[in-house]
Write a protein that binds this ligand. Structure first.
Ligand code: SF4
Ligand code: SF4
Length: 69
């Protein structure tokens, strides 16, 4: 698994957040993401190439299933 990657939007190195399979698909994280990089699904998925590592999603997740990779 890639630990660090260059974020093309911000031009800096970040550790994108990752959603684990305990996600209950509530949608709270996607509503908070400032760069709309979280996709809906059976579990939600963060696009690591767009995530700017702001942590907003992690703060609102009711089941604490968003982690730093
Ligand atoms: S850390 Fe910020 S930019 Fe990254 S997925 Fe969460 S809300 Fe979006
Ligand atoms: S806030 Fe947490 S439980 Fe809700 S969709 Fe996002 S990752 Fe899944």
């Amino acid at each position: 698994m890639v630990k660090y990657e260059c974020n093309l939007k911000s031009g800096r190195f970040t550790m994108p957040r990752f959603i684990t399979d305990t996600c209950i698909a509530c949608g709270s994280c996607a509503a908070e993401c400032p760069v709309d990089c979280i996709s809906e699904g059976e579990i939600y998925v963060i696009d690591p190439s767009l995530c700017i590592d702001c942590g907003a999603c992690q703060e609102v997740c009711p089941v604490d299933c968003i982690i730093e990779e």
